[in-house]
Design a protein around this ligand. Structure first.
Ligand SMILES: [Zn+2]
Length: 232
């Protein structure tokens, strides 16, 4: 049996240990909880910012480009296009918001309104670069030569395989990516989707791919092998 003084000391140590462990536990809970909340909030915020929206086609009607994408608006009282907001008007909005760059990699471009928006962006000083499929350049309604005539640099693959991407990066900040070709059929006929993403990581991956293709499809970098592939 412990002497009285030793017994008191032992009891004190036990109580002190219990109190200390309780304090440590509550401090841990407090900080862990705060950290969890902070991390959880941050994580949630990041997730919210990855995909900003998804727009689906077809639209019932073609959105009026003059109404949605020009300063003066539509002055045509007999306008046959819709002035109601829809998926195409959202796309107009992203393209007209470009201030520095538009990196466009789209398989088919026959829609005059969308091509005109690229030309207008080019005229207001936006660096517009277009990559498309070589076999779509001369199809009926192709806008590629119009883009080139306006001074926009367009590059194509030189392959029997398709340059099948359908994405645009706006100001190196927003990625618009999905199934959507720039055709009237895609706007008012097909089921299509276009996801708008502003995750810097995802955007940089697409920009990297765009730069790779841009270099590969530079006419100066073409070699005999890529031309020969067209014969197979
Ligand atoms: Zn109109």
């Amino acid at each position: 049996m412990l002497p009285k003084s030793n017994f008191a000391k032992g009891a004190l140590i036990v109580v002190a240990s219990a109190v200390t462990s309780e304090i440590v536990y509550w401090v841990y809970l407090l900080f862990w909880d705060k950290a969890w909340k902070k991390y959880g909030t941050k994580k949630q915020t990041q997730c919210d910012n990855v995909v900003t929206e998804v727009i689906f086609f077809p639209d019932d009607k073609i959105a009026c480009k003059a109404h949605f994408a020009s300063e003066d608006g539509c002055e045509n009282k007999m306008c046959r296009f819709t002035h109601e907001a829809n998926s195409l008007s959202r796309l107009y909005g992203y393209l007209t918001s470009a201030k520095t760059s538009l990196d466009v990699s789209v398989f088919v471009i026959t829609c005059t309104d969308l091509a005109d928006l690229l030309i207008e962006a080019h005229k207001r000083g936006v660096l517009v670069r277009v990559i498309t499929d070589d076999e779509q350049v001369d199809i009926t309604g192709s806008q590629i030569w119009k883009l080139r005539s306006a001074g926009i640099n367009v590059r194509t693959d030189q392959s029997s395989y398709n340059m099948h991407h359908k994405f645009v990066v706006v100001d190196k900040m927003f990625l618009l990516n999905g199934s959507f070709n720039w055709t009237r059929q895609a706007i008012t006929g097909n089921q299509e989707n276009l996801m708008i993403i502003n995750s810097s990581k995802i955007v940089s991956l697409y920009l990297g791919e765009f730069e790779k293709l841009w270099q590969n499809f530079d006419p100066k970098n073409r070699n005999g092998t890529s031309f020969q592939k067209r014969n197979f």
